[in-house]
Design a protein around this ligand. Structure first.
Ligand code: C2E
Ligand code: MG
Ligand code: MG
Ligand code: MG
Length: 292
């Protein structure tokens, strides 16, 4: 590329820019029918607790959407979620995800009565109260208690006034589902959100957990401690090395999620890894819930 003339370089840049715009538009167009064509799927990434002896127990799972298009191949949610948002499809996607998860929970009711599952939702979705309504209806339809479901929202797409956001999250939380603040510590996180928002769980972003050398980020223990003090359940995301695992559990006991422990997987693989009914300790546990 360094040998290219200025003119060519310019042409190359334009072409790839055009390509990106075209792909984005293409994705937006194709995404509209994706749900109905059955192109979307859900994978589950286990979330573990760790005992003092070092045993790992599955407490819950994060549901992550996957899209396999016949021509585009598999498209990462990091790429198509923004397109979904622009195409006005966040409601359809969120409702579809909650429906799938509720159905899955009902299928696993016998096998894993204490399991909870989290679903990611764009904050945009909260602008309408019909989401809380839709969630309630889907849970009733599948006979699932709301304390089996967690809704994850990401701080970086908070564009709303905090007061509005608090009202919206409260309405959702009022249905009995738990709320997780996702990707905390990525970008410009505001510490006082932790204190002000009606949330139950804080998920510490991978960037805070992982150092390039495989060690633990210096701020991770501080944020875990802060979450603990505020009465929140802390989940450390993106645990990739055993060194991170050891350091992060040395003084605290956050819940753990990351490639070291388990990658996202299809429902049947997840099911195969569940300990089975007899091994479930307390069937009355619910998804993490903060006091107030
Ligand atoms: P997220 O909610 O923070 O989800 C965690 C992402 O990190 C997932 O990527 C997961 O596969 C990945 N991950 C988990 N453990 C590790 C690890 O140890 N190392 C590394 N490098 N990565 C790890 P995924 O599935 O590609 O999703 C990316 C993002 O797309 C999610 O980030 C979430 O913001 C969004 N997303 C996924 N599914 C949905 C959905 O159904 N609805 C909405 N609105 N957003 C979704
Ligand atoms: Mg998430
Ligand atoms: Mg996250
Ligand atoms: Mg993340």
């Amino acid at each position: 590329a360094a040998k290219q003339s200025g003119k060519n370089r310019c042409a190359t840049y334009d072409a790839s820019f055009d390509e990106r715009v075209q792909r984005h538009n293409d994705i937006m167009k194709k995404l509209r029918g994706a749900i109905h064509r059955g192109e979307l799927d859900v994978v589950y990434q286990p979330i573990f607790s760790r005992t003092e002896d070092g045993d790992l127990n599955v407490e819950g799972a994060e549901a992550l959407v996957r899209w396999r298009h016949p021509e585009l191949g598999s498209v990462s949610p990091a790429e198509f979620i923004p397109a979904a948002s622009e195409a006005g499809l966040t409601h359809d996607l969120a409702v579809w995800m909650v429906g799938r998860v509720a159905r899955q929970l009902s299928q696993w009711r016998e096998l894993a009565p204490a399991l909870w599952i989290s679903v990611n939702v764009s904050v945009k979705e909260l602008h309408t109260y019909r989401f809380a309504q839709a969630v309630s209806e889907l849970l009733i339809e599948h006979g699932i208690r709301p304390n089996r479901l967690v809704i994850e929202v990401t701080e970086h797409d908070f564009s709303t006034q905090v007061a509005t956001l608090i009202a919206q999250l409260s309405a959702l939380r009022g249905t009995g589902v738990s709320i997780a603040l996702d990707d905390f510590g990525a970008g410009y996180s505001s510490l006082n959100q932790l204190d002000r928002l009606p949330i139950d769980i804080v998920k510490i972003d991978r960037d805070l957990v992982a150092k390039d050398d495989g060690g633990l980020g210096d701020l991770a223990p501080v944020i875990i401690d802060l979450g603990d003090r505020l009465g929140l359940t802390v989940i450390a995301e993106g645990v990739e090395t055993s060194r991170q695992l050891e350091l992060i559990t040395a003084r605290h006991s956050p819940l753990l999620q990351g490639y070291l422990l388990a990658k996202p997987m299809g429902a049947s693989e997840f099911e195969a890894g569940l300990p089975g009914k007899d091994a479930q300790r307390a069937t009355e546990r619910s998804a993490p819930r903060a006091a107030a």
